[in-house]
Design a protein around this ligand. Structure first.
Ligand SMILES: [Zn+2]
Length: 115
């Protein structure tokens, strides 16, 4: 399914083993229920899917993207995830799936020598 993370690295013209990746907020596996159509597209044996009932699954979208990045050579030590579920945190984040309407998220990134 997709492969957008690897395609993005390729489009940027960077080597996977040289990048630092930050995965921002997204819907988490705690809240992301998908149907069989998504499960089939992801691959029903994906470790990012957890069956719930006969035709429903919980999908770990950030885990799925992280697995794709690791598969193309991004070092686990170069992969960070904020672990914020957009659906669980209405106090902080917009969620289309929760609110049924669109909004915008914005992030600022920078280096810190202290880390
Ligand atoms: Zn959640």
């Amino acid at each position: 399914m997709g492969g957008i993370a690897a395609a993005t690295l390729k489009a940027m013209g960077v080597r996977a083993d040289e990048v630092l990746v930050a995965l921002g907020p997204s819907i988490g596996p705690c809240c992301y229920e998908v149907g069989a159509d998504v499960a089939e597209a992801v691959g029903c044996d994906s470790p990012s899917l957890r069956p719930e009932g006969s035709r429903k699954f919980r999908f770990d979208l950030p885990g799925f993207v992280a697995d794709q990045l690791l598969a193309v050579g991004v070092a686990a030590s170069n992969l960070e995830h904020v672990n914020l579920c957009t659906a669980c945190r209405p106090d902080l984040l917009f969620s289309y799936r929760r609110e049924g309407r669109t909004g915008r998220l914005c992030a600022f990134l920078g280096w810190s020598e202290a880390l």
